[in-house]
Design a protein around this ligand. Structure first.
Ligand SMILES: C[S@@+](CC[C@H](N)C(=O)[O-])C[C@H]1O[C@@H](n2cnc3c(N)ncnc32)[C@H](O)[C@@H]1O
Length: 460
């Protein structure tokens, strides 16, 4: 917590020392230069005129020196040196104080974590919400999106209380206290409020605003719409419209990374104009089915695929909505996939959670849903911009770009096996799995591989 300021002070301290060393080095630079020129003369065996100034001894200090020279003189002065010694000692003292507070906080945090573990072992039900979340983190579990939001609130409250309480006795607030505290905070997460028409609505929206913005409470998220007609009209121009933006943000690289995870029988939802076709690895893919709600988009994909892979026969092109996936299979238990992939599609679905649930229904055991999507960032100022431009975005791209993708995943009952966020957290690269499926070795982080599968005790 205090790491920032203390490291700043240490840097200032080191800079002071360097400035002092620089003062000592200044005269010797001339000597070094002189000896280099001399050596050069020796090896060349050809005496040549070297300006005398190169060997000239350093000039005597002049009292009218200006600029850096004056600064050097001031620094070399005995009285300045005495003062600087005091500054160094004071700086060191300040660093020690910050270090003490930093270590003290670390100590109490550690003590608190250990007491939580003990409390959990004695009586798991005695943990309140905050303690439960905290213990999950201590044991190395990843918090779900909504849990993380709640935990961040608790932490902000703890930080505020920290100043008015002794460090060892952090108070764990009840959900009511937390809500009351949150209501007092300036609302940064929900910027544009809908204009209430009558008294009743005022109270309705007051309630909405007292919560952290979610997909369900954020009034800036546009109403879902059927975007099929829009993308039908866009099909021929789509590639030209998006290609420069994608090149500018190196989206090809992201597409390539996410497509390298496809294997077995693959289903691509919302395939659009087949922008992922160049990144398919057919050494790992057995068959591929492309699906989109727009017939014209599917047509562009078909032409592109045929041009690139004229002989590949295990391919199908289907028109249909992701929300109707299970109906489209006619209830067949045979039609299952090892990987279902979707890129930038959830934002244009009418019901993205239903679409995801449908995908789960078509997965083979151990199968994966691979997503490259754009949505809410983890920075408030970016989210404010996404909210502010949400209406315009919907009109120009039929896309709800301020959805929280993590919440959609959570609402669909999926677990995240791999997650990477880029472009200020607005581009989500995800590999999702059913909760009952185990994590694959390739999905484990370096530390998980090094220390085993993770926590021994699971808190759910
Ligand atoms: C922004 S484009 C993305 C296209 C492509 N995946 C890409 O990465 O460029 C969104 C696509 O989703 C399709 N789409 C929208 N709603 C859909 C739905 N409910 N089911 C299937 N596809 C849908 C649109 O027709 C459009 O082709």
């Amino acid at each position: 917590m205090l790491g920032g300021p203390s490291s700043f002070l240490v840097s200032v301290f080191v800079l002071c020392l360097q400035a002092d060393m620089f003062r000592g080095l200044a005269p010797s630079r001339n000597k070094i230069l002189g000896s280099q020129v001399g050596l050069f003369r020796l090896y060349s065996q050809k005496p040549y005129n070297v300006p005398k100034a190169s060997f000239a001894p350093p000039k005597a200090k002049s009292s009218q020196a200006t600029g850096w020279r004056a600064f050097g003189q001031w620094l070399g002065d005995n009285s300045t040196q005495k003062k600087l010694t005091k500054v160094y000692v004071a700086g060191f003292g300040v660093c020690c104080i910050f270090f003490y507070y930093y270590m003290r906080d670390k100590y109490y945090e550690e003590k608190f974590s250990n007491s939580l573990k003990q409390k959990f072992l004695e009586d798991p039900d005695s943990l309140n919400e905050y303690e439960h979340l905290r213990l999950k983190l201590v044991l190395g579990d990843k918090l779900k999106v909504r849990e993380q939001k709640t935990y961040d609130l608790y932490q902000a409250l703890r930080k505020e209380q920290f100043r008015s309480s002794s460090p060892g006795s952090f108070h764990s607030p009840s959900p009511e206290e937390l809500q009351e505290w949150y209501d007092r905070q300036p609302k940064r997460l929900v910027k544009k409020a809908p204009v209430p028409e009558d008294e009743e609505h005022v109270h309705e929206h007051e309630h909405e605003h007292s919560e952290v913005a979610t997909n369900k409470t954020n009034p800036n998220i546009m109403e879902p719409a059927d975007t099929t007609e829009f993308y039908d009209g866009m099909a021929s121009a789509y590639d030209d419209e998006v290609k420069w933006e994608e090149r500018a943000i190196l989206m090809g690289m992201r597409r390539s990374q996410i497509m390298s995870r496809l294997e077995g029988d693959v289903l691509e939802i919302a395939c659009g104009t087949g922008r992922n076709i160049p990144y398919l690895h057919f050494d790992k893919i057995d068959s591929i089915t492309f699906l989109d709600s727009s017939p014209k988009m599917v047509e562009v994909t078909r032409n592109k695929f045929r041009e690139q892979y004229p002989k590949f026969s295990k391919v199908a092109f289907t028109v249909g909505k992701a929300e109707d996936l299970l109906d489209l299979t006619g209830g067949s238990k045979e039609i299952k996939y090892d990987t279902i992939v979707e890129t930038f599609g959830l934002c244009s679905h009418e019901d993205p959670v239903r679409a995801l649930k449908n995908m789960v229904g078509l997965l083979r055991p151990g199968g994966r849903i691979v997503l490259l999507e754009h949505g809410r960032s983890n920075w408030d100022f970016i989210n404010n911009h996404l909210d502010f431009r949400a209406e315009k975005r919907m009109k120009t791209w039929a896309c709800r770009w301020n959805l929280d993708i993590g919440e959609l995943i959570e609402d669909a009952g999926l677990d995240v096996a791999y997650e990477k966020r880029v472009h200020f957290g607005t581009t989500w690269m995800l590999v999702c799995k059913r909760p009952e499926d185990p994590i694959k070795v390739s999905e484990k982080t370096f530390l998980q591989k090094l220390f085993g599968t993770g926590p021994k005790t699971s808190v759910n």
